[in-house]
Design a protein around this ligand. Structure first.
Ligand SMILES: [Zn+2]
Length: 284
């Protein structure tokens, strides 16, 4: 999230079964941009579509041509965020009738004719089997896709190459997120293809690191509140002292997600004040 690496190749072929085409939407929240993946030996399945950047369809077509392919057989989306489904409309202009599926959950304003896809409903490609894994937390509709033949996982925004992910206040849930990470630990995953950043080869170490990172933040927040009630901005200033101020709004989202989790567990309480940020107190 915090880096824009313009040297990240716009296309790549990380394995016999997996090709990658960048969504060309770099930014603070997307790193080098959204990775879209083509999976299978022929008639590849496309996972995610980028943000709808005009240069993306020509790049995708160029890569398809290099591989001797004409078009994706279908599209699977990891979740509804704009930088993943924003390319659906432009791809359907290029490839009329292109089928698109995602887990439909609390959705409004989806493109037309998106099929529902549920946890465990296997999708068969050419030499590639994808199994959707429901992984809420970053978004309530999030699916990862397990590639059986490689013991690999397309993690969408659940695990990223190069940074941690955001748990948005509106639709995110940190307790769900940690439960999703723990579920991923139970799968036989060797390699991770994240929606942002490079391939991760040691999947189990990365999942463990993600869980430990959140637990470390939780300990920091609890320790800070042990010194007395505090607002989110005050907690951010204390805990993220070494992080550039430009990233503090993102840090505030993270702190809020922790406080909401702790409140659900009865470990903190919120006192809401008008015209000022809430004060959070450790419960005895
Ligand atoms: Zn997202």
């Amino acid at each position: 999230m915090s880096f824009v690496d313009r040297s990240f190749p716009v296309t790549a072929t990380p394995s016999d079964l997996v090709g990658r085409v960048l969504g060309l939407n770099p930014g603070m929240m997307t790193g080098p941009g959204t990775n879209t993946y083509l999976v299978g030996r022929r008639d590849p399945i496309l996972i995610d579509t980028g943000a709808g950047v005009p240069d993306y369809p020509p790049l995708l077509e160029r890569y398809l041509g290099e591989r001797g392919w004409s078009q994706p057989s279908r599209v699977l989306l990891t979740h509804r965020h704009r930088d993943h489904l924003g390319g659906v409309t432009q791809l359907r202009e290029r490839f009329p009738g292109l089928r698109v599926a995602k887990m439909i959950h609390k959705d409004s304003g989806l493109p037309d004719a998106v099929d529902d896809l549920r946890d465990g409903e296997r999708v068969e490609g050419d030499g590639a089997t994808l199994v959707p894994v429901y992984t809420p937390g970053h978004a309530s509709d999030h699916l990862c896709y397990y590639l059986v033949e490689e013991k690999a996982l397309f993690t969408g925004d659940v695990i990223l190459g190069g940074s941690t992910t955001v748990i948005p206040a509106d639709d995110g849930d940190l307790a769900d997120y940690l439960a999703s990470l723990r579920r991923l630990q139970t799968l036989d995953v060797r390699r991770i293809y994240p929606a942002h950043g490079p391939v991760i080869e040691d999947a189990q170490a990365k999942i463990r690191e993600y869980i430990e990172h959140r637990l470390m933040r939780e300990r920091q927040i609890v320790a800070a509140l042990a010194d007395g009630p505090a607002t989110i901005p005050a907690l951010v200033e204390r805990i993220y002292a070494d992080v550039p101020v430009a990233l503090h709004p993102v840090a505030a989202m993270s702190v809020e997600s922790h406080l909401r989790k702790l409140a659900k567990e009865g470990r903190v309480s919120e006192s809401i004040a008008t015209g000022a940020p809430s004060r959070w107190t450790l419960t005895a």
